[in-house]
Each structure stands twice: as C-alpha cells, then as structure tokens.
Design a protein around this ligand. Structure first.
Ligand code: SF4
Length: 347
C-alpha cells in the first residue's frame, strides 16, 4: 500500500463520527446503550477495508447504519462527497440504496424460502430498472448466476433456497447484490456460517467481483486471518470505538493495541461460534450502558494504568500505514470524536 495508491484513489464512501445509542431500561429509568462512538472510516473503489472485532463490538451496527437499515444517532455518511442523511431527508435515497448493498452472515435467512432463485434476482432488476421485459430479465438473471459461479444458470434459477448448499446460497446473495450494479458492498461476516472447505471459494469470488467491477468492500469479520488475506486495510473495533487501524499485513505483523494483540493470540473457542478463548483473568464484557470515561478496554487490559480509566487516548500515528489509540503509545495527536481517515496517508 503506497502513498500514491491513496492519492490516486478518491474516497467513494466516508463515514464521519458515526454514533448510535439505543435507549434501554424503563420509561422511569431510561439509560443509553452506546453501540457506536465517533466511528469514522473511508472506503475506496476497488479496495477492501476490514472491520474486525468480537461479536457485540458494534461492527454490524455500523454496517447497518451505512446500509440505512437503522438510523444513526449522529454523524455523517458521505457517498461521493454527498451527505446521504441530508439527501434522504429530501427524499433522494433510492439510488444510494442500490449503490450500497449489504451481504448478510446467514444467506438462508436473507432469502425468502418460498420464492425461487430467479425471483430473488429478477425483483431488484425490476425495482431498480436494470432490465425491462420478461425475456431481458431472464437473460440478465442467467448472466448474474453465471457471474457468481452458478453455472449452468438454468440448473439454479428455478430452485428454491432450501435446495442449495450454504455456499451456493451465499453466491446467490452476491448475485442479488450485483443485480443493481453496486459501487459499495458491505459484507457482514459473509463466510462465518459456511463450511471451512467453501470459505476460500467465497473470498475468491469476492476478490474477482472487486477486480471486475471495481467494488469497494467493507469486510466485517471476527477473523483476522481472513482480513489479512482479503483486505488492503484493517481497522479494529472494541466497544463501539475504532481503536487501531493499519495496512492489513502491518497490523498482523506489528499489532500495537493490547486488544488487537489479544485477538491475534486468541484461540477460537469450540463452544462459542464467535467468541474467543477466555483469558487467565476471565472474560469481561465491555460496559456499553452509560460507560465510564477512559479506555473501554481497561477492565481487560493487562497494561492498564490509572490514566486509562480517566481519559480515552486520542489517535497516535505510529508510521505511514499504522495508528493506534492507547496510552502505551502516547496520549494521541487528536481527540476521539474528530473525523479521521483509516490511515494517515488516506487524508
Ligand atoms: Fe490498555 Fe490503557 Fe491502552 Fe486501554 S489505553 S488498551 S487500558 S494500556
């Protein structure tokens, strides 16, 4: 990853200071669950940004805000420089909903079990006016199926989701996303429910679609190994905050934040699909309801200092492709809350 590659590649989607609170408790004792806290990142055409963290860290909430499935409490979503939240208030959002597509973790849950595969692909083609007439739509459905490796298409188009394997269903999800010619794909744990043997096939499909269509990906995962394989950059989220960001290989080789180090050391817990092995000090979930000031990782961090419980560190630049938010590396050059690019060079 070079400075030139960033300079030549303007952002297609920028998320700035995104915040999301969910009210919890009773009407007499209303409290706020802080799911996202000043989250900022940038997506570029033909590039993959991985968003990594444990289950419950806020990754999916961030993607759902960007996909406009839930409403953020504050912040901006800029698509090609336009503030999409303001555009939506003016009623101009259908184009954005086509340009930014989401792939879900469970391909079976995202498909209607009583509709054929052809129906799932023809519907977005019609809604977004990407084809006209029965014959043209059927031809486009066949093209889409073959473009995701489901060939010959006629063997799949009349089937129902339950007649396909998990990997084939996820390929249908990608074909459905491609139907509207998206510029951004938000892929939320797209391989975690698939057999290990077919995960690489889906990642290779995503890579090919990225190269052929110039798609910008947000790749959400708890698996740093697949982020290293697939993503140009990786950002790490803990308790709704981005705590570290780097070129993917740099992050794996030189993790700076204790939470990232713990993710890398973690052994998958066979009893919990998305969890990590419980450390010697026991697993402490982060406090998200009216969280105290300071670093949210302090209760789990072996290096926690008194200052960590008082002040959330700002962002410290470690080198041209790596930054971190941790008092071990300084108190930071900027306060959390300022809009920040993924990498220093992305500015
Ligand atoms: Fe640990 Fe302090 Fe760094 Fe947080 S800021 S990760 S508690 S050393």
């Amino acid at each position: 990853m070079t400075e030139q590659s960033h300079a030549a590649d303007p952002p297609i989607l920028e998320v700035r200071d995104l915040q999301k609170f969910f009210p919890v408790g009773t009407m007499f004792a209303r409290r706020n669950l802080r799911a996202l806290h000043h989250v900022s990142f940038t997506l570029r055409r033909g590039k993959v940004l991985a968003l990594v963290g444990e289950s419950g860290s806020g990754k999916s909430t961030a993607a759902r805000c960007v996909a406009r499935l839930i409403e953020p409490s504050a912040g901006q979503i800029l698509f090609k420089g336009k503030d999409m939240l303001a555009e939506e208030r003016r009623g101009a959002s259908l184009q954005y909903r086509g340009d930014v597509q989401m792939i879900f973790q469970d391909p079976f849950g995202s498909l209607n079990p009583v509709k054929s595969i052809a129906h799932h692909l023809a519907r977005p083609l019609r809604i977004h006016k990407k084809s006209s007439g029965t014959k043209e739509t059927a031809e486009r459905v066949d093209q889409l199926l073959e473009s995701v490796g489901l060939a010959p298409a006629r063997q799949f188009s009349d089937k129902y989701p339950y007649e396909l394997s998990g990997g084939q269903r996820q390929r249908v999800s990608f074909a459905r996303a491609l139907a509207v010619e998206p510029e951004v794909v938000l892929a939320d744990e797209p391989i975690s429910m698939l057999d290990v043997s077919i995960r690489m096939g889906i990642l290779n499909l995503m890579e090919r679609l990225k190269d052929e269509h110039g798609i910008a990906y947000l790749y959400i995962t708890h698996d740093l190994a697949s982020a290293r394989y697939f993503a140009d950059e990786t950002i790490v989220m803990y308790a709704g905050q981005i705590v570290e960001g780097a070129a993917s290989e740099e992050l794996i080789q030189h993790p700076a934040h204790p939470y990232t180090q713990r993710l890398l050391d973690a052994v998958p817990d066979p009893k919990a699909e998305h969890g990590f092995k419980q450390g010697a000090g026991g697993w402490q979930p982060p406090i998200l309801v009216d969280p105290p000031p300071g670093c949210p990782f302090a209760d789990r961090c072996p290096h926690a200092m008194p200052v960590c419980r008082e002040i959330m560190p700002g962002r410290t630049t470690l080198n041209a492709v790596h930054w971190v938010r941790c008092h071990l590396h300084g108190s930071g050059e900027s306060s959390p809350g300022l809009s920040e690019p993924n990498l220093p060079l992305s500015a």
